[in-house]
Design a protein around this ligand. Sequence first.
Ligand SMILES: [Mg+2]
Ligand SMILES: [Zn+2]
Length: 154
Amino acid sequence: MNKAAFFDRDGTINVDTGYLFDPDKLRFVPGTPELIRRCNEAGYLVIVVTNQSGIARGMYTEQQMHQLHKVMNRRLQAEYGAHIDAFYFCPHLPEITGECNCRKPKPGLFLRAMADFDIDPRVSLSFGDSLRDEEATHAAGIPHFQRIVHEASE
Ligand SMILES: [Mg+2]
Ligand SMILES: [Zn+2]
């Protein structure tokens, strides 16, 4: 089995500017790219698990989100020698699309990734900036959660 380091996206990897999709507005949370690189070097699969209700809200398309993720990974590689192995996202919002099993604090994104990559939750790590990240992590059976604290600098 494999081990993974799961990362929330907004407020954990990128500065949370609110429904980010414009690659030109992408700024990294200080320290996180280096943390991703250390996880790469230590043999963890680095997997992003992110709620993207902006898609349900019609603020941006899946296509635009994928483009942002492409730029994010390209910049991580070029500027920090780091990389993300996979992105899992929830495009839903219960009020608009109905209930789903993937919007954190539900563990669906983690469970899907763990099945796809044969990941052992007990030796995996999870990083996030919110309580719902922590709740989803533990619901997925991953004991190790680390809060990323970033002073909003807007
Ligand atoms: Mg967040
Ligand atoms: Zn969902």
